[in-house]
Ligand binder design. Structure first.
Ligand code: HEM
Length: 287
């Protein structure tokens, strides 16, 4: 009988990449448990824990969506080995997030159910969670074989739509300040835009990647201004102008721009690296 552990590769050997990722996925959860235990999250520990688990669910979602661009641009095919783990971490953190909400509502499941039905931001959070559960349940090798690779890929493309729902939930629950959700949405724009470039064969073109960085940053600024205009009735022009006010903190759009150019830098670094170290096999061997 063969046993499989998350830190083994397909051949059953220890994979450091998988081991380090596996351990890292527990760190935010353990840190949260430690803070709860130490009483550092007073006066509202459960609410604080709901926020931390929700934030990490979104972060792991973005990291899992970054696997494809990073492995293409970095020519680091092995990264694919940790994508499933990252996806399951999204499901795990989002599930704990829901459980904590049940705790916050004093285990009154009828009340929780009615809140999910009545409050739109909870309804879409719930739909997103159901979606992640479906993807998690169909993520085993046996399931991929059963469904067939092509149909499986199509099914798992639902993750893009689920990402939109999760981000929307993130925006809606924010009371006044949408800096964080806007930043996450901007990074999501880069990750989605990358897939559009890739389809057109431009996924490794530095100029196209630079264009993507600019478009995603402008999109973030537009989304933020549009949100404040519609939800808070703050004139969009004022919010847009704040992007050019450098006395205060940098707005989300700038961080999105930096992240986008980080991808360009990564692409150029690889080209440089490839020149500096020609093919390994061609190196002459000393007699
Ligand atoms: C049944 C499903 C869900 C329920 C009942 C739920 C409930 C909540 C609640 C009550 C809050 C805090 C609102 C407040 O304090 O005013 C919250 C915030 C949040 N949720 Fe959810 N949620 C669900 C699903 C999800 C999913 C699937 C994700 C992401 C994958 C997610 C990500 C977040 C994030 C990022 C926040 C904000 C955290 C922060 O402020 O930093 N939630 N959710």
């Amino acid at each position: 009988m063969s046993m499989s552990f998350p830190w083994l590769d397909r051949a059953g050997r220890l994979s450091w990449l998988k081991l380090v990722t596996f351990v890292a996925l527990f760190v935010p959860g353990l840190w949260l448990a430690f803070q709860l235990e130490a009483g550092w999250l007073q006066p509202k520990p459960v609410t604080e824990a709901i926020h931390q688990t929700g934030t990490w669910a979104v972060r792991f979602l973005l990291i899992s969506l970054a696997v494809t661009p990073l492995r293409r641009i970095g020519q680091f095919g092995k990264l694919i080995a940790v994508r499933r783990m990252l996806g399951l971490a999204v499901l795990a953190y989002a599930t704990v997030h829901l459980v904590l909400y049940v705790v916050q509502q004093h285990y009154d499941l009828v009340h929780v159910a009615s809140e999910i039905v009545l409050r739109f931001y909870l309804t879409i959070g719930f739909v997103a969670l159901l979606g992640f559960a479906l993807l998690g349940a169909t993520s085993t090798d046996a399931m991929i074989r059963r469904v067939g690779a092509k149909r499986w890929n199509r099914l798992h493309q639902a993750v893009y739509g689920l990402g939109v729902l999760a981000l929307w939930h993130f925006f809606l629950q924010a009371k006044l300040n949408i800096t964080q959700p806007a930043l996450m949405a901007g990074l999501f724009l880069i990750l989605m835009g990358y897939r559009v470039l890739q389809k057109r064969g431009l996924g490794e073109n530095p100029v196209a990647l630079a264009g993507l960085a600019v478009v995603a940053a402008l999109g973030t600024a537009g989304l933020e201004a549009g949100w404040y205009q519609v939800v808070n009735h703050v004139p969009a022009s004022r919010v847009l102008a704040a992007n050019l006010d450098f006395d205060d903190t940098l707005r989300s759009s700038w961080w999105v721009l930096f992240a986008g150019f980080g991808l360009v830098a990564f692409r150029l670094a690889r080209r440089f690296w490839a020149r500096a170290t020609p093919t390994r096999t061609a190196a002459p061997r000393a007699a």
